[in-house]
Structure formats: C-alpha cells, structure tokens
Unconditional design. Sequence first.
Length: 155
Amino acid sequence: MSTLREFLDIADKVIVKRFDDIGRISPMYHIVDGDGHDVVIAAPPLDKDTMVKLMRVYLGNLKAKRYLYIDEAWLATGKGVHDHAAHSSLEHFPGRSEVVMYCAEDQNEPMILASREIIREPNAKPRLGPLDIWPFDQTEGRMVGLLVPRERTVQ
C-alpha cells in the first residue's frame, strides 16, 4: 500500500483534472476498506455533525484503514481569525480564501491536511493554485479521528 502522502497525491491529480473540467468539486470520501479495496462515495447531504457521525459508523463497518475527505471550503488565516464567531460564516470573513480541502487519515500514519486555493478571476475559468500541505502538531475538530482504532470494533 502507498503512503498516506502518495495516496493524497494520486487523488489530488484526479481532483485537479476534474476541477479543470467542470470548475467545482462535490464533497466526497475516498476510502480504503479493511480488505484493501477502494471505495469512493459522495458525502451524505446532511448537516456536518450528522454526516460525521454517520461516516464514523460507515468507516467502522468497512473496517477502513484510511480515508481522504475532499470538499470545497472557506479558509481564514492571519489576524483576526479567532474572532470569526462574529460572522455567521467564513464566507463573509475578511481575508478568507476559497479552497479545495483535503483531510487524509490512516491508522498507521499521522493525519495530513492540505488545500489548493480556488482562483477566480473575471472572465476566466476558475483554476486551482498549488497544493499546500499544512504543518501541524496536533489536530482537533469534527473531521479528526473518524477511523475506529484497530483494537475496537463498531457494534
């Protein structure tokens, strides 16, 4: 099996081509199940909290070894990023950027978060910027830790 980074890079090539062809990406998961088979599914069209709960159970039932979640998102960085609660959405946050987001997790490797900026210019087809791998020491959030630890099983 490839490394998690190689897995991300392979999927990224497909996503870049798809974005170039149609100008958008729908939320999806690329999963490697317990038998090593690839499963690619659309993310359930639910609110994020419910989707994550459902996907945690689904990944457990598949005995998933790894997954990659891909979606378009708003990204806010820099000064004032922790004050975004005053805004109803990052869509309206000053200085935000639109990205294709990758969240990759494996049972045996550290998690990888990455993105490509969506570049929209007047009278031009949208395009993606370079792949940006995010450095981090620890991760938190609803999309982290979806894989069932190997010593547990989902009932």
